[in-house]
Design a protein around this ligand. Sequence first.
Ligand SMILES: [Zn+2]
Length: 175
Amino acid sequence: MSNGPIPPHVDPRKLADRTATLEGEIALADLQRLCSPLAANDGKVRAKFFFERDERNAVVFHSELEVDVKMVCQRCLELVALPIQSACDYAVVKEGANTQSVPQGYDVLELGEDPLDLLALVEDELLLALPIVPAHDPDDCQQPGGLDEPEPSEDEVTRSNPFSVLAQLKRDPNV
Ligand SMILES: [Zn+2]
């Protein structure tokens, strides 16, 4: 059990051999790709990884990530603090290996001789966990319902619909 800074690079095979757990925090500011869609880069990711060999003797690990991020609410354009959680199971395979034996529910991670870039993995996983359209809870939002397009005026509807124009022509006794 290791509790401290998460090492940026690890050898998952060695960690799995000793059924290791890594637990610690990563500064958001160290994860630049993750920070780019965020409104602020202060804060820390709480990360936990369990490495083991499964019944196939293959290297697998489980991730648990938690972070509070600040994004811009797409309804009211004010900051919204969002708790982000992610958990994932990874199966490590050799580069080019047959992945058919990987059990369902695992993300396949091809790894050659190089160590695993754990920070990049954390970044990728959290980027996927971010909401596509960040927004406050409707009860907390300055502008609830503002996400909807404004209703088109009746004029616009008439003009954009050729059939209603036709209907009007038919109704016009002068045509
Ligand atoms: Zn809002």
